[in-house]
Ligand binder design. Structure first.
Ligand SMILES: [Zn+2]
Ligand SMILES: [Zn+2]
Length: 110
């Protein structure tokens, strides 16, 4: 089933604010180029501009860390991505995406 442990978090005002603020932020890529607000950071790093739909946690949320603000809310752990990139980030290397997402961009089993 869906990630029940994170349900409260994804409904929280703190997350909604952090997600909206991060989406609207220019992000400096590793090579110093600026990923424009609202664009997928992973596609941008490959020279493609695609609208981001999901704010992903680089360190994935778990029941143990969902209340840790440095993991759950700090911009350093966030990454905005399109749906394709998000599926790839949550799939084993080289495998076809095996996950789907709910309306909050949370990973749910297919
Ligand atoms: Zn992408
Ligand atoms: Zn994710």
């Amino acid at each position: 089933m869906a990630r029940e442990f994170a349900r409260g978090f994804y409904h929280s005002v703190a997350w909604k604010h952090a997600r909206a603020a991060y989406m609207a932020l220019p992000v400096t890529a590793q090579d110093g180029r600026i990923c424009p607000p609202g664009m997928c950071e992973r596609c941008f790093s490959r020279g493609v501009l695609a609208p981001a739909e999901i704010v992903h946690h680089r360190v994935h949320l778990t029941p143990a860390n969902v209340r840790d603000r440095a993991i759950a809310l700090d911009f350093s752990n966030l990454m905005r991505v399109c749906r394709d990139c998000h599926a790839e980030l949550h799939s084993p290397e080289g495998a076809a995406p095996r996950v789907a997402f709910d309306e909050y961009g949370r990973v749910v089993p297919r």
